[in-house]
Design a protein around this ligand. Structure first.
Ligand SMILES: Cc1cc2nc3c(=O)[nH]c(=O)nc-3n(C[C@H](O)[C@H](O)[C@H](O)COP(=O)(O)O)c2cc1C
Length: 262
């Protein structure tokens, strides 16, 4: 599948087959994709604990089964707990040196000295601020997005889930105090059709993106839109006409109680 179609067909899969295990190699490929994502200063603060329902201790499963994440956690054979290790920022100077040695950073004979005497001191002053929520979360998001596309490309379904139980999860997983739990991501084989009801609604392009300043919409060329439709990046919007029937089927097939919102 081409990249544009992968981006277009990916969607959050909330209904997973609970009985079908996920091959470790597929999870590893997700993690490999996350690892090579872009990070500011190549700091690499994204970390994960993979929780397999068939082998994880009950207290770990209990900690990730927050009421707000609901039935999705119960169905998923695998849940990836993505977290951010703020101590990665402490080694940032070293990461910059590695980038320089790799030829990714700087130009010419004096670059080594400029790195040590100019660039690194600037970052040293910002170090504590850079551990606060902000840039590093964006890094982590990039990695999680790459893992998500890799999961999709391998036939898996995923859904990101926010959780209020970050302290409890950190404690039960044994994560150090300086780590921030970011997100739970359910992983498994989809019980839904590949369309999963169609492409989910988005705000109008013109309201989201501007040219040269706020208030002047970035022009949206209909020919580009048509090309992206042909390529599969833009797809039939949700809901497809049979979606409610599919949801009814899933409710019964998976024994979901209630409205499937919690
Ligand atoms: C950071 C983040 C947190 C999310 N948290 C939840 C959640 O708690 N529960 C849920 O059902 N979906 C959650 N989602 C999935 C979004 O609802 C979903 O991405 C959005 O509705 C768009 O649908 P799509 O992913 O199929 O394009 C989350 C997504 C992200 C990126």
């Amino acid at each position: 599948m081409e990249l544009r179609e992968v981006i277009g067909r990916r969607r959050s899969i909330r209904f997973l087959l609970p009985h079908k295990p996920v091959e470790p190699a597929k999870i590893q490929r997700m993690l490999e994709a996350a690892r090579i994502a872009s990070h500011w200063g190549n700091v690499q603060s994204l970390r994960a604990v993979v929780v397999r329902k068939d082998s994880a201790p009950p207290e770990v499963i209990e900690a990730i089964t927050a009421p707000i994440a609901g039935f999705q956690i119960r169905l998923a054979p695998v849940v990836i707990v993505w977290y951010l290790d703020t101590s990665a920022v402490d080694a940032q100077s070293q990461r910059l040196r590695e980038l320089l040695a790799a030829g990714a950073l700087g130009l010419g004979a004096g670059k080594q000295e400029a790195l040590e005497t100019k660039l690194i001191p600037i970052f040293d002053q910002l170090r504590d601020g850079l551990k606060q929520p902000g840039l590093s979360e964006i890094d982590c998001g990039q990695g999680i997005a790459q893992a998500t596309l890799m999961a999709f490309e391998q036939g898996l379904g995923t859904c990101c889930l926010g959780t209020p139980n970050t302290d409890k999860i950190r404690e039960r997983l044994g994560l150090p105090a300086h780590c921030r739990v970011l997100l739970l991501q359910t992983v498994g084989y989809p019980a839904e059709s590949p369309e999963a009801g169609g492409q989910r609604p988005r705000q109008p392009f013109e309201e989201l993106f501007h040219l040269n300043g706020f208030g002047k919409p970035f022009p949206r060329d209909p020919e580009v839109v048509a090309g992206l439709e042909r390529d599969g990046l833009l797809q039939d919007p949700a809901p497809l006409p049979w979606r409610e029937a599919e949801l009814e089927y899933l409710k019964h097939a998976l024994g979901i109680k209630g409205h499937g919102l919690l």
